[in-house]
Design a protein. Structure first.
Length: 261
């Protein structure tokens, strides 16, 4: 039987995005998501105390739930916050433990408006880190988040720059607050599916983002992030539950790649 993976899939990976203050909490969330049909698990480490972020603990989590794992550690870390260098060692521990993918922020080592570093020294450090992750047997998703609308051309250029740094999965979260912006983001996702030859994740926040969250995985995004339970209502940010996503895709027997064949 083929090992489950974020890559070489016939359908997008419905992925629980979760965080927790203990290993027990993380295992419980991952197990619940697995029972709900999740294809993969993404763990944000920002609430987990640094002393708990060990290779042994990460191995324990992944042995309890036999799904592909991604580990993430942003600047909302409760302890290390914007210490970019210090946070990376915990992601490397996750790679040692067997995580398939870890997140490298697009503006790692140089906080930037569009979360994509432009300083040559910062870019070199990113490339060295990505090479190290690859040498250890891991893969990289490079992520950028922004609270602004971006055109399809700007999104494509951004992702191509992420790819040039060695990322295996390209991720960009933009904003759509009007009907016109939603239409543009839908068109952008379809263009990315045509133009990119590596997996990508294109998502939106904003007033008109909910529909795009559901459409993105059938328009080419390789990962759909989901929650374990319903969230406190937020008109600007929305993630479906694992169950909702799985039910939706089960009743949407269509994918853009089938049309383009």
């Amino acid at each position: 039987m083929l090992k489950k993976s974020f890559f070489n899939r016939q359908a997008p990976a419905i992925t629980l995005l979760t965080n927790g203050a203990s290993i027990r909490d993380l295992i419980a969330a991952a197990r619940s998501a697995q029972f709900d049909g999740a294809d993969a698990i993404a763990i944000e480490l920002g609430l987990l105390p640094p002393e708990e972020r060990t290779q042994a603990n990460f191995e324990h989590i992944m042995n309890e739930v036999r799904l592909p794992f991604m580990f993430v550690l942003y600047r909302n870390d409760q302890w290390l916050k914007d210490d970019d260098d210090a946070r990376q060692k915990y992601l490397l521990e996750a790679v040692k433990a067997g995580a398939e993918v870890v997140d490298v922020m697009g503006d790692l080592y140089q906080p930037s408006k569009y979360e994509l570093a432009t300083d040559p020294a910062a870019i070199r450090k990113q490339k060295r880190l990505i090479k190290k992750i690859h040498d250890m047997g891991g893969k990289v998703i490079m992520s950028s988040h922004m609270s602004e609308f971006r055109t399809g051309e700007e999104i494509l250029a951004h992702m191509l720059e992420q790819k040039s740094r060695g990322a295996d999965i390209l991720k960009l979260v933009t904003t759509c607050n009007t009907e016109e912006e939603l239409n543009a983001q839908i068109a952008a996702t379809m263009m990315l599916n045509r133009k990119l030859d590596v997996p990508f994740v294109h998502l939106c926040n904003g007033k008109w983002a909910r529909l795009h969250r559901y459409l993105s995985p059938v328009l080419g995004s390789s990962i759909a992030f989901a929650t374990a339970g319903f969230q406190t209502p937020n008109p600007l940010f929305f993630q479906p539950t694992v169950k909702a996503f799985k039910g939706y895709l089960a009743n949407m027997p269509w994918h853009i790649d089938e049309v383009q064949q």
